[in-house]
Design a protein. Structure first.
Length: 62
């Protein structure tokens, strides 16, 4: 992803784009375990596997 950013962002906006990308990555790194714990408590391991399977199928289709 880091290699794509300079090719799609204007040079003068590159610092802000990299900062935003870094911030979003950090936020999701902190939030992802919380979301996983909530999903696990609601659906159990079978539900997590179904959600993961569906996400892989959607990714393969698109």
């Amino acid at each position: 992803m880091a290699a794509v950013v300079p090719s799609i962002i204007k040079k003068e906006d590159l610092f802000e784009a990299n900062s935003l990308k870094s911030m979003i990555t950090s936020v999701f790194t902190m939030i992802a375990p919380l979301i996983a714990a909530v999903l696990y408590s609601l659906t159990g391991i079978f539900g997590i596997l179904i959600i993961n399977s569906v996400s892989f199928m959607v990714s393969a289709i698109s």
